[in-house]
Design a protein. Structure first.
Length: 120
């Protein structure tokens, strides 16, 4: 991973993407579990690199929106593709066919578990 796509920077871009590509700085801070001052610094860095831009709220001019730029989306997509390629190669190289089949079945079980919802 290069400096241009550090883990913290990619985490910020991924959080912005999960929030629909347009969010408030405070929503990003909550999604990342970061203090607002750290989020502000990360946003300044991402904006300087052209990964995000800010737009004032049309109703409340005190509020601003953080919007993922095309460059930010591309950086995130490239990082996800690299991670996916690595994982595919590692599974093919390190696991036998029986282990790969077991991994698929385990994934199905985990997906089922993730969809259980509230147990109260």
């Amino acid at each position: 991973m290069t400096d241009d796509d550090s883990w913290s920077r990619l985490s910020l871009l991924a959080a912005a993407d999960r929030l629909g590509g347009r969010s408030s700085p405070s929503a990003l801070a909550r999604a990342l579990d970061m203090h607002s001052s750290n989020t502000a610094a990360a946003l300044r860095d991402a904006q300087a690199r052209g990964y995000i831009f800010r737009s004032p709220d049309t109703v409340d001019r005190r509020r601003s929106w953080v919007i993922l730029s095309d460059a930010g989306r591309k950086t995130l997509a490239d990082a996800r593709a690299r991670r996916s390629d690595w994982l595919e190669q590692a599974i093919q190289r390190e696991f036998t066919q029986d282990e790969r089949d077991l991994l698929i079945r385990a994934g199905e079980l985990l997906e089922r578990l993730a969809n259980v919802g509230d147990l109260k």
